[in-house]
Design a protein around this ligand. Structure first.
Ligand code: NG1
Ligand code: ZN
Length: 532
C-alpha cells in the first residue's frame, strides 16, 4: 500500500542509531537530542495511528526534555482530552522506536493497525510544539516526515510550554461539545487565564509582587505575555533567567528542579527578605516558590505547600458557599509528613497516596469532586469533576456571600489548567489565594513546618530487585530489608523512610525524614548503607 511504501522510503532518512535501546517511560522518550531523530520520526507514525484509532480526534506531540540539561531532548504524546498517552500504547511506542530496520518498522506499523482494527485510510489529526532547545527544529523536521509518511494532517504550533499544548489539544477536541474547554490557540489560553485571574482577585488585597526564575526556558517569554494580558494593575511580576537564546543556560543553576533538589536559591539571585519568588522548569509544567527571611535564611514552598494552600482555600470556599462537594488531596510517598498531618488533622481533608508518576496522581484525583494533586517537586494541578461543575453552575445562592464563593470556585476552575500541571496557571492560582488571604510567603509557610528530610540516590547492582507495595511505601523484595528499615525508623522521633527504584534513572532512591536535620540525615545514611 502507498502509506507503507512512503513509511519505508522516509524511514531511510531517519535511521536508527545502532545499539541503543529506547523505552517510552513516564516522561516519554527522553535522552540526548542527537539520538532522537529516528525516535521522533517514528513517534510521528504512532501519533497518526493513535488519532485514527480515536476516529480522527487530535493527538498532540510535545518535543521537550523539561528540566534536563540543554543537550537532552524528548518527545511525548498527548491524548485527546489533554491527558498523557494511554498506558497500553507506551508499549507500541517502545516497539516502534526499537525496530531494527525500515522493513521491521513498516511491519510493526501494520501489526498495530491490524491488531487494533485501525483503518489506514481514515482521517488522522496531529498537532505539535517544542520548547527552546537547539535540537528542536531538526526534530520537528523528523516529526513532520513521520506525519507526512503516515498521511496525517498536522499543524505546527511552534514554541509552546508543555501545558499550553495540552490545553490546545483539549480545546480542539471539545470544540463541538456541550462543554468546550476554550479557544484552541495560544491567545485563547492567555485570555482564559487572564480573565479568570481578574475575576478571582477582584476587590481583594493587591497580590504580593512575585519574581519568577524561568530557567532560561520557554516559560520566560510566555509568562511575560500572560502578564501583559492580565495588566500591571492586577499583577506585579518580574521575570528573571529568561535568556532563551543562550541555549546552554537552560536549567543551568536555576529553575524548579535545581531549587528543589539543592534546596537553595538560583545562582545569582539576590532576594529581598519576605518577598515572593518562584522557579519554573524548562517546559513550564513545574513550579516551586520560596523566600528568604530577615536572616537571609532560605525557605522552600514546594508542591506539598501548594497543594495544602489550594486545598485549604477550596475547602473554605465550599464551606462558605454551602455546596455539597468534597475536596481531596492526592500525594505520593515523597510528600512531607507534616503536610499529610496538616491536611488530615487540621484541614480534615481526605488524602489518597499513589505511586510516583503524574498519571497515577491524576487518575486518583479524578475520584474526588475537587481533587488537588501535586508531587513534592512542584508538578500538579486541581481537577473539578463534571458533576462538581454541574453542581456549581446550577447552584442557587441564598445570599451574596454564597454567590461570591461559588463565582470564585467557578473562576478557579477556569484559571486552573485541568489537563496537566501548569507552572503559569499554578503561579496565578497561588497569587490569587495569597491575595484573598492578604498573605505573603511567610504567612503561607507558617501553616505547617516541614519535617527535615533527605533524598539519596543509591546506585545498586539491579534496581529491578526492589519491589514495593502500599504506594511504594514498603519493600516486599529484597526479602527482609523492610523489617530492617522498620527497626531503624523506630529509633527516630517522627521518623519515616522508604526505598524504591527510580522510574527514570538506573538507581534506587532513599527518602528519610525525622524531627531534626541531623536525625533525618543519619536515618537516610543508615538506610542507604543497608542496601549495599
Ligand atoms: P523517579 O525517577 O521515578 O523517582 C522522578 C521524580 C518524580 C517525577 C518523575 C518525572 C522524585 C523523587 N521523583 O521520578 O516525582 O517527577 O521523575 O519524570 O522527585
Ligand atoms: Zn517539566
Amino acid at each position: 500500500r502507498q502509506q507503507l511504501s512512503q513509511i519505508a522510503k522516509f524511514s531511510t532518512l531517519h535511521t536508527r542509531p545502532e545499539g541503543h535501546k529506547y523505552a517510552y517511560g513516564t516522561a516519554g522518550f527522553r535522552l540526548l537530542g542527537s539520538l532522537l531523530d529516528s525516535v521522533v520520526f517514528r513517534v510521528g507514525l504512532l501519533a497518526a495511528l493513535r488519532s485514527r484509532k480515536l476516529d480522527g480526534e487530535t493527538i498532540g506531540v510535545m518535543l521537550t526534555a523539561s528540566h534536563n540539561p540543554p543537550d537532552d531532548n524528548g518527545v511525548k504524546l498527548i491524548d485527546p482530552q489533554g491527558e498523557m498517552l494511554e498506558a497500553s500504547w507506551e508499549t507500541y511506542a517502545t516497539k516502534f522506536a526499537n525496530a531494527e530496520t525500515d522493513d521491521e518498522l513498516t511491519k510493526e506499523y501494520l501489526a498495530v493497525a491490524e491488531a487494533l482494527k485501525i483503518n489506514l485510510d481514515s482521517p488522522s489529526n496531529v498537532i505539535f510544539a517544542r520548547d527552546t532547545r537547539a535540537s528542536g527544529p531538526a526534530l520537528v523536521a523528523a516529526l513532520k516526515d513521520g506525519l507526512q509518511a503516515a498521511a496525517a494532517d498536522y499543524a505546527d504550533y511552534r514554541i509552546l510550554t508543555t501545558p499550553q499544548l495540552h490545553y490546545i489539544v483539549k480545546c480542539i477536541n471539545t470544540r463541538k461539545t456541550a462543554a468546550p474547554y476554550g479557544d484552541p490557540s495560544e491567545q485563547g489560553y492567555f485570555d482564559k487565564l487572564a480573565t479568570a485571574f481578574k475575576i478571582v482577585t477582584k476587590g481583594k488585597a493587591k497580590p504580593p509582587v512575585v519574581t519568577v526564575d524561568a530557567a532560561n526556558g520557554v516559560g520566560g517569554p510566555k509568562i511575560r505575555e500572560l502578564a501583559r494580558c492580565i495588566g500591571s494593575d492586577y499583577l506585579d511580576i518580574n521575570v528573571v533567567k529568561d535568556e532563551i537564546d543562550a541555549v546552554d543556560r537552560l536549567n543551568f543553576q536555576c529553575g524548579a528542579d535545581f531549587v528543589k533538589t539543592q534546596q537553595k536559591l538560583p545562582v545569582g539571585l539576590e532576594p529581598a527578605p519576605f518577598e515572593l519568588y518562584a522557579s519554573l522548569d524548562g517546559d513550564a509544567d513545574r513550579i516551586v516558590f520560596y523566600y528568604v527571611d530577615e536572616a537571609n535564611k532560605f525557605h522552600l514552598l514546594d508542591g506539598d505547600k501548594i497543594a495544602s494552600l489550594a486545598a485549604m482555600f477550596i475547602r473554605d470556599l465550599i464551606a462558605v458557599s454551602g455546596v455539597d462537594l468534597q475536596v481531596g488531596v492526592v500525594q505520593t510517598a515523597y510528600a512531607n509528613g507534616s503536610s499529610s498531618k496538616y491536611l488530615t488533622d487540621i484541614l480534615k481533608v481526605p488524602i489518597t497516596v499513589t505511586p510516583t508518576g503524574v498519571k497515577h496522581l491524576h487518575h486518583a484525583a479524578q475520584l474526588f469532586d475537587v481533587g488537588v494533586y501535586f508531587e513534592a517537586n512542584g508538578h500538579g494541578t486541581v481537577l473539578f469533576s463534571n458533576s462538581a461543575m454541574k453542581t456549581l453552575e446550577s447552584f442557587e445562592a441564598q445570599n451574596p456571600g454564597q454567590q461570591d464563593a461559588v463565582t470564585t470556585l467557578l473562576s478557579l476552575a477556569a484559571l486552573i489548567n485541568q489537563t496537566v500541571g501548569d507552572a503559569l496557571s499554578d503561579l496565578l492560582l497561588v497569587i490569587a489565594i495569597l491575595s484573598h488571604k492578604a498573605w505573603g510567603p511567610n504567612e503561607w509557610n507558617l501553616t505547617y513546618t516541614d519535617l527535615p528530610n533527605r533524598l539519596v540516590r543509591v546506585v545498586v547492582k539491579d534496581r529491578t530487585a526492589f519491589k514495593t507495595e502500599d504506594a511504594e511505601r514498603r519493600l516486599v523484595e529484597p526479602k527482609g530489608l523492610q523489617a530492617h528499615i522498620d527497626a531503624l525508623v523506630k529509633k527516630y522521633k517522627s521518623g519515616r523512610s522508604f526505598v524504591r527504584a527510580s522510574g527514570t534513572e538506573d538507581a534506587v532512591r532513599v527518602y528519610a525524614e525525622a524531627a531534626t536535620r541531623l536525625e533525618a540525615d543519619e536515618l537516610a545514611v543508615k538506610v542507604s548503607d543497608s542496601l549495599k
